[in-house]
Design a binder for this molecule. Structure first.
Ligand code: NAP
Length: 261
């Protein structure tokens, strides 16, 4: 039996592609391969050239600058979505940031400014994006974001970003409850450690990455492509009964307390 996912006629907005290693890009590749029309938003002009390189030769794609924490940028972004597509079937939120100082020291020393920045960028922007998207979302639409297991267990140096991920996971459930009656699903993917720009900014990421590999019951790291495939499931009709969930794609690293051998 062959099961293929056909997203032709569907429209998507992917927020947060920095380069080819971005988990947002791994998801976008699956959407594009399934025939979806995709718009991309990026934070700063310096990222535009990376995105343009990735999109060379692709049809039905467009890009727009948008700082997800700016109400003005978000209004302009979703105005563009309406102009380009008229409606939206898929929203991908692949955005996170915490000031480095907040991830270098002790959690107890987190400043209010750093707390507010991390939770605003990494969690509130999902709520804001969902609200801006809501008038454009059709029945059957699906929203996905990216989280990490540090929301559930202490991961050294993850600090305030772990709290932001816990907020993101709770926000996923509340958004699912608000949007569910309209037939819109909201889920978050808990990805294993993967080498991306954002990951490299986490102090000690190399150790974290190596430990995740030792603990993974599949004996290897999960890959960005596997994140993309889980996202395709959640963002397509295959996941039609799934909402409000945090789904793991980490090769089983989160189910063990120590390496199996
Ligand atoms: P990435 O390639 O660096 O993507 C993160 C993106 O967030 C970048 O494009 C970044 O833009 C964007 N961003 C930050 N602040 C923003 C803002 N105010 N407005 C708009 N965009 C903003 O890293 P990634 O690892 O793929 O991260 C994507 C998501 O996966 C994040 O939520 C991350 O926490 C999550 N995740 C990653 C891992 C991992 O190990 N890599 C594991 C689990 C979950 P700039 O480059 O301009 O800052």
């Amino acid at each position: 039996m062959t099961v293929s996912v056909d997203l032709s006629g569907k429209t998507a907005l992917v927020m947060g592609v920095a380069n080819a290693r971005s988990l947002g890009w791994a998801i976008a590749e699956q959407l594009l391969a399934a025939g979806c029309r995709v718009g991309f938003s990026y934070q700063g002009e310096r990222l535009k050239s990376e995105l343009d390189k990735l999109l060379v030769g692709r049809e039905g794609v467009w890009t727009q600058q948008a700082d997800a924490t700016s109400e003005e940028d978000m209004t302009a972004l979703f105005t563009r979505v309406r102009e380009e597509f008229g409606h939206l079937d898929i929203l991908v939120h692949s955005i996170a940031f915490a000031p480095r100082a907040a991830m270098e020291g002790r959690f107890v020393d987190t400043t209010a400014d750093d707390w507010n920045t991390a939770l605003n960028v990494s969690a509130y922007t999902l709520v804001s994006a969902a609200r801006h998207a809501e008038p454009l979302l059709r029945e059957g639409a699906s929203i996905v974001s990216l989280t990490y297991h540090a929301s559930q267990q202490v991961v050294p140096k993850y600090n305030v970003m772990a709290v932001a991920k816990a907020a993101l996971e709770a926000a996923t459930r509340y958004l699912a409850a608000d949007l569910g009656p309209a037939g819109v699903r909201v889920n978050t993917i808990s990805a294993g450690a993967m080498r991306t720009v954002a990951a490299r900014s986490i102090p000690g990421f190399g150790n974290l990455y190596d430990e995740a590999g030792r603990r993974a019951v599949l004996g290897r790291h999960a890959t960005p492509e596997e994140v993309g495939k889980l996202a395709l499931f959640l963002l397509s009709d295959l996941g039609s009964g799934v909402t409000g969930q945090t789904m793991y794609v980490d090769a089983g690293a989160s189910i063990t307390t120590m390496p199996l051998q």
